[in-house]
Design a protein around this ligand. Structure first.
Ligand SMILES: Nc1ncnc2c1ncn2[C@@H]1O[C@H](COP(=O)(O)OP(=O)(O)O)[C@@H](O)[C@H]1O
Ligand SMILES: [Mg+2]
Length: 303
C-alpha cells in the first residue's frame, strides 16, 4: 500500500509520526483481515489519519479510520459512542488501542460547498446536540490549555506575534483555566467545515472529534480559519460575520467566545513555531501564512 503523499509528508514532524507511518501498512492489512473488510476506493487522509473506503462482508459501505495514537485521538471512539449517531457519523466498530475505527460511510462533499453564513449556521446547529455532560474519561480542556500556555510562554520572542497579543492570550488563558465553567461539557474540539460531511440520514453529519471535557465557547475558533480565499476582500468583516453568526445561532456568550478565540488562535500560531523547531528549520511559507491568519483572526474578533 502506498501512503498518500500528504500524510507521508508528516514524517518530518518527529519520531512519533515516523513510527506510526512505518506501522500503517501492517495495521491496515491486519484490520482489513480481522474485521472482514475489502478496500473500496482510494485512501483519504487528514492531518493525522488515514481513512480507507471499505465494504464489509455483507457488501455494506463503510470507512476504516486509522489515527495517529496521541492524546487527542484517544477518546474519539468513546465520544462517537456517546453521541450514537445523533448529529455525528455512526461508529460501527472500534479498537481504541490501535486507534482503529470502522465508521458509517459518508459522502466526499463537506461544508466548504455551502455559502459561508449557511455553513456557520449548520455548524452552530450541531452544538446543542453535541454539547452534553462530559463522560468522566475525557480529559479536561483546562489540562491541555494549561500545558499549551506554558509552551507558549517558553517560546518568548521566537513567535512572530505581537508581544502584547501573546501577553493577552496568556492572561485570558490562565483566567479561563481556573474557571470552573471551562470544563464539564463534552466538546468536539475541532469542528470546522472539513469535519462536517454530506450524508443520507441527515443532510450533514459531524466527523473527527478531538473530544474533551470543556466549554462550548471554545468550539467556534476553528471555523474562522476555513476558506481563507473567501475572506480576502474584507478580512475583518468576513471573520466577524462568521463569528457572530455562530455566536448568535448557538446562543453563546459573545465575550467568552471571543476570549477563547484569542487564546486558541495565539496557541495555534505557537504550534507552527514548535513544528518547525522540531523539524529543525525556520518557519516555511505555509507556516508563516498560518501565523498571519491567526493574528488576523485575533484582531478581527476584538476590534
Ligand atoms: N465516515 C467517513 N466517510 C467518508 N469519508 C470520510 C469519513 N471519515 C473521514 N472521511 C474522509 O477522510 C478525511 C480525514 O478524516 P478525518 O476524520 O477528518 O481525520 P483527520 O483527523 O486526519 O482530519 C476527511 O476529511 C474525509 O474526506
Ligand atoms: Mg478532519
Amino acid at each position: 500500500m502506498t501512503i498518500p503523499a500528504g500524510l507521508e509528508a508528516q514524517r518530518s514532524l518527529g519520531e512519533e509520526w515516523a513510527d506510526w507511518l512505518d506501522r500503517l501498512p501492517r495495521l491496515r492489512a491486519e484490520l482489513l483481515e480481522e474485521w472482514g473488510l475489502a478496500p473500496d476506493g482510494e485512501p483519504m487522509h487528514g492531518f493525522c489519519s488515514l481513512v480507507l473506503p471499505v465494504v464489509d462482508a455483507d457488501g455494506v459501505a463503510a470507512a476504516l479510520k486509522l489515527a495517529l495514537p496521541d492524546d487527542e485521538s484517544e477518546h474519539e471512539a468513546l465520544a462517537l459512542q456517546h453521541w450514537q449517531g445523533d448529529g455525528t457519523v455512526r461508529l460501527l466498530r472500534a479498537d481504541p488501542h490501535r486507534r482503529a475505527m470502522l465508521l458509517e460511510r459518508l459522502h466526499p462533499r463537506d461544508l466548504s460547498d455551502l455559502w459561508d453564513v449557511a455553513a456557520c449556521e449548520v455548524v452552530a446547529g450541531f452544538y446543542p446536540r453535541l454539547h452534553r455532560p462530559a463522560p468522566p474519561q475525557l480529559r479536561p480542556l483546562t489540562s491541555y490549555v494549561s500545558r499549551w500556555l506554558d509552551d507558549l510562554e517558553g517560546l518568548g520572542r521566537e513567535l512572530p506575534v505581537p508581544p502584547r497579543m501573546v501577553e493577552q492570550a496568556l492572561h485570558l488563558g490562565r483566567a479561563l483555566v481556573s474557571d470552573a465553567a471551562s470544563t464539564g461539557v463534552m466538546i468536539h474540539g475541532d469542528l470546522h467545515y472539513a469535519n462536517v460531511l454530506a450524508a443520507d440520514r441527515e443532510p450533514w453529519l459531524v466527523i473527527d472529534p478531538k473530544p474533551m471535557s470543556g466549554d462550548p465557547h471554545y468550539e467556534p475558533a476553528p471555523l474562522l480559519h476555513n476558506r481563507w480565499e473567501e475572506v480576502q476582500g474584507d478580512v475583518r468583516a468576513s471573520l466577524r460575520r462568521r463569528f457572530h453568526t455562530v455566536v448568535d445561532a448557538a446562543g453563546l456568550d459573545e465575550a467568552r467566545a471571543r476570549d477563547w478565540t484569542v487564546v486558541r488562535m495565539v496557541v495555534d500560531a505557537s504550534w507552527a513555531v514548535q513544528d518547525a523547531r522540531r523539524a529543525g528549520r525556520a518557519l516555511d511559507a505555509d507556516e508563516r501564512d498560518h501565523v498571519t491568519r491567526c493574528v488576523a483572526i485575533v484582531k478581527a474578533v476584538q476590534e
